[in-house]
Every structure is written in structure tokens, then in C-alpha cells.
Design a protein around this ligand. Structure first.
Ligand SMILES: [Zn+2]
Length: 139
């Protein structure tokens, strides 16, 4: 069942199925039905196709999500897991080393990194964290 509201008289009525156009049973107004959005087709589209900015947990062109990287930095930052996630093994190892040397104070830096990762744009994330040649990008 589809509920339709007539734009002319404002009365509601139901249709048994979707139709491209219907006549209002109360006032005879022709009503053009909007195409019901095809949810499945929408879901299969890449995120960029609809012009909305990619969400924080959407994977970018690199297949990495800044949301995941950010959460890893916040939760497991002392172990450098966010560096391993973006493929920077060297950075991850430096992270672990820094955590040991600083007795865990490094974790505060990782926490800030996590917050920044969650708030930066996908483009920034790709540029600074994924495509960057740096072994150990900080912010
Ligand atoms: Zn009507």
C-alpha cells in the first residue's frame, strides 16, 4: 500500500501499488507520483555518485577508512595499530617504541591523532596518512 496526499485538496488516500500517475478520488486532480527510490540500487552505488561527502567510516579510494584509523588510534594508539592499518608498518613500530620510551605518554598523542583522524576530510586522510611517503606521519 502507498499512501498519497493530494497536493490540491490535501486528502490522503491509498494505492494498492505504485503507479506513475493517479487521479485524486476526491477532487480529480492528476497527481504525478515520484519515483520510489530504489534502495538497493542506491546501496550499490559508490558513495561519491550522490555528491554527498563521504561518511567518516566510508572507505576512500585507497580502501581505508579514516573512521577506522581514528578509532584504532584512540583505542590501540599506544600499539601503533592505526599505522599498521594504513600500511605504515615502520610507523607502527616507532609508535610501540615511543610508548615504551615515554612510559605510555605517547598514548596521549595517539589519542589526539585519533580525534584528528575522525574530524579530517577523506581527502586529507588519504593525502597525509595513506598516500604520504612519510613512514611516520604525525598529524
Ligand atoms: Zn484532491
Amino acid at each position: 500500500m502507498f499512501n498519497v496526499q493530494c497536493p490540491r485538496c490535501g486528502k490522503m488516500f491509498s494505492l494498492p501499488e505504485a503507479a506513475p500517475s493517479v487521479k485524486c478520488p476526491f477532487c480529480g486532480q492528476d497527481i504525478l507520483m515520484q519515483q520510489a527510490p530504489n534502495q538497493q540500487a542506491y546501496n550499490q552505488q559508490p558513495n561519491y555518485a550522490y555528491g554527498r561527502p563521504p561518511g567518516v567510516f566510508d572507505e576512500g579510494p585507497s580502501g581505508k577508512s579514516r573512521g577506522v584509523a581514528g578509532l584504532l588510534a584512540i583505542l590501540l594508539g599506544t600499539l601503533g595499530v592505526h599505522y599498521f592499518y594504513v600500511g605504515k608498518v615502520g610507523g607502527g613500530l616507532i609508535c610501540i617504541l615511543l610508548s615504551i620510551i615515554t612510559c605510555g605518554i605517547w598514548g596521549i598523542v595517539a589519542l589526539i591523532q585519533g580525534i584528528m583522524l575522525l574530524t579530517m576530510t577523506q581527502e586529507e586522510f588519504e593525502r597525509k596518512w595513506v598516500n604520504s611517503m612519510s613512514t611516520f606521519p604525525l598529524f
